[in-house]
Design a protein around this ligand. Structure first.
Ligand code: 13P
Ligand code: SF4
Length: 370
């Protein structure tokens, strides 16, 4: 299976700017005894340092299992932010990508935030440099600036709102109802989806996730014919031709919830295939089929897995706990500015939760849902 190669030429971007660089840093597979020994060592170090592991659904299954076994969390990006902010531990270890570590640090500057590899970034973050973005904002001062979580602290510092895939629809809908026009960045597919759902006046930045951008509508149609009755679950970072065929469109937590609570025997899943680990655990016996990323309409056959998420492993997790490096640092004036748009989102979702006495995208026990 070939890997999608993508290069970001800007020299000032943080992290591994090309996917080739990211794939080269993905840890080698471990033997079961190696995995067991490293997981035990990591658990002991987490305890010794009063640290908690905050993991995303796309990272290696061994890290997800370790997070759950040691009192941490595996969740979507909104719940990762909430959990890190609210947990008493003074050290947060974030297994995910850089913007997730930065969000944790922005919300909890007094805590030490470690990551296994700071080069783990995101194509959406790389595709939205802060200075270009500032010019876009300057050109449209009449618009509310809404940015996706998958951005740098500097981009968040320019925003009025941060959103994640689990609350973006509600927040934009609310702004639209109040007569606000929106400037949206960076994911063009998610932006278009929200624009279509809400009817809001939105200007879109032209960014994309290299993983979700590879799902193909034409091949999905063929797959659906082969599996009549299968429910189609799609993350909204996917192209329109894929989203249009979805039975459920939602955040990673929402897609897991759909599998756990659904009555269908089979599910076609259009998101990073790291999510299948938790889906299999929570919904044993259900058939999970990966959505197609290849075929006549594809530019290449992608592996449907994020190279930056894949950079997190047990060995570099142990290393960062032993050495206390690398740590996320965010310049204080920038942090204060970036915090405002994240808090606005957290306050909005908390108010919605208490008003409806139900979460925005549902909580199923065992799911780190929004
Ligand atoms: P979620 O917030 O849905 O977990 O998505 C994060 C992400 O990076 C998806 O590619
Ligand atoms: Fe970014 Fe896509 Fe990776 Fe998510 S899956 S972290 S959006 S590149």
């Amino acid at each position: 299976m070939s890997q999608t190669l993508f290069d970001y030429t800007r020299q000032d971007a943080a992290g591994a700017c090309s996917t080739a660089h990211a794939w080269a840093k993905v840890p080698a597979p471990l033997t079961p005894p190696e995995r067991h020994a490293l997981a035990e060592r990591a658990a002991a170090l987490l305890k010794q340092h009063n640290a908690v592991l905050v993991a995303h659904y796309y990272v290696d299954g061994a890290l997800q299992d370790l997070a759950l076994a040691t009192g941490g969390i595996v969740s979507d990006s909104l719940e990762m932010a909430r959990f890190g902010r609210d947990h008493a531990a003074q050290t947060l270890v974030v297994a995910g990508v850089r913007f997730m570590g930065e969000t944790a640090k922005i919300l909890s500057p007094e805590k030490r935030v470690l990551m296994p590899d700071l080069d783990a970034t995101c194509s959406l973050d790389l595709g939205c440099p802060a200075d270009d973005f500032a010019r876009f904002c300057d050109a449209h001062p009449d618009r509310q600036v809404v940015v996706y979580a998958n951005t740098s602290a500097a981009v968040k510092a320019r925003a009025d709102w941060m959103v994640t895939s689990s609350c973006a629809l509600e927040i934009v809908s609310d702004l639209h109802a109040k007569g606000q026009k929106i400037l949206w960045a960076p994911d063009r597919h998610l932006g278009r989806y929200i624009q279509e759902q809400t009817g809001a006046d939105m200007l879109l930045w032209n960014g994309a996730c290299i993983v979700h951008d590879e799902f193909r509508g034409l091949e999905l149609e063929i797959l659906r014919e082969q599996h009549p009755g299968a429910l189609v679950l799609v993350h909204p970072e996917s192209p329109k031709s894929v989203v249009e065929q979805a039975d459920v469109v939602g955040s990673t937590s929402a897609l897991i919830k759909a599998v756990v609570e659904g009555n269908a025997p089979a599910y076609i899943v259009a998101t990073d295939n790291g999510i299948l680990h938790r889906m299999r655990q929570l919904a044993p016996g259900k058939t999970l089929i990966e959505a197609p990323t290849a075929g006549n309409s594809a530019t290449c056959k992608s592996c449907a897995h994020c190279p930056w998420m894949a950079m997190n492993g047990l060995a570099n997790l142990v290393d960062c706990l032993e050495s206390g490096e690398p740590q996320i640092q965010v310049d204080e004036p920038l942090r204060v500015k970036a915090q405002a748009c994240i808090n606005r989102m957290l306050d909005f979702t908390a108010a919605r939760r208490s008003a409806t006495a139900a979460p925005t995208s549902g909580i199923t026990p065992g799911i780190g849902a929004a």
